[in-house]
Design a protein around this ligand. Sequence first.
Ligand code: GH3
Ligand code: MG
Ligand code: MG
Ligand code: MG
Length: 315
Amino acid sequence: YVTKDGRYWYLYAVKMLARLERNHLFPVLVVDDSKVCRNTMIRMLETHRYPIIEASSAEEALEHLEKSPEIRIMVVEHELPGMNGLELVQMVRYKYSSRPIGIIAISGVNCGREQLTVDFIKSGADDFLPKPFDHQEFTCRITNSTLATEAFIQLQEQASKDYLTGMFNRRYFSKAADERLDKYNNVKNSMALLDIDFFKKTNDEFGHQAGDIVLKTLSAELLQTFSQLLSARVGGEEFAILMPGINSSRASALMDGFRRHIEGLLIDVEDGDLLRITVSIGICTTSGGSAEQMFSVADECLYRAKLSGRNKVVS
Ligand code: GH3
Ligand code: MG
Ligand code: MG
Ligand code: MG
């Protein structure tokens, strides 16, 4: 692959593009006030089947970003009417700090180009390309940026989700719960902690694989029942549900309904056995307080639910 004339680079890009083209390609937002420049870039990108969204100003670009969360790559010209490209990059990085967007800045200006490059990179652009640029170089850089963003999204997802059930993990839950609680700081919020009763016995009697099926089934039920709420697998056979703006009695009723639903469920563990399980649930209701604080109160209630006979809700 590695040759002196840079063939390595070209082959790499072609190989990666081939790999990407089998997947879904994210749209590229092309921001340039010149229709001719936009069309040139669009022709290059279309060769590689990138879906394109066009904007002729920073303001228009921001509208597109707001409307289309699937945008992953932006090509931004510096000289724009109104807000310039550099300001747009700063704004995007500020406004969408946790959104994975690859930004490639471009400019036809020769004077002060070194400083402009530095300013762009400092402001959060991933790359800078002076105009006019070569077709291959442009698409290679877009490819690189796409690959980096895709890898980032994959890592983000792996770091926030549990492999067995596909539910969020405790780390993500804690962070996301705090963010949601911030928006509900003047009302009653509840958090439930749910634990399968005698799950060790299920594993011992029916095997670990059957236990895994039980966990997946319960997760699917949680995700379906509480699709509007943040929930997570926070331990081996422990799950948490955040109920922002929901007071103690409503939370108890909600959770007791779920407890009864689970009690009535026959779980097919795929070897002829139909299992029944029960769950114990602890609920914390407060106004104010962090997710971790609510978590530990809910855990105390769960403990009391276990002590007082299991298959019940304690708040
Ligand atoms: P309690 O009613 O007091 O909660 O009793 P328990 O048996 O459910 O509680 P305990 O904490 O003693 O046991 C939890 C069991 O959960 C032990 C462990 O083997 C099982 N477990 C944890 N993670 C997994 C998993 O990913 N798959 C399977 N199959 N079992 C798991
Ligand atoms: Mg321009
Ligand atoms: Mg447990
Ligand atoms: Mg248990």
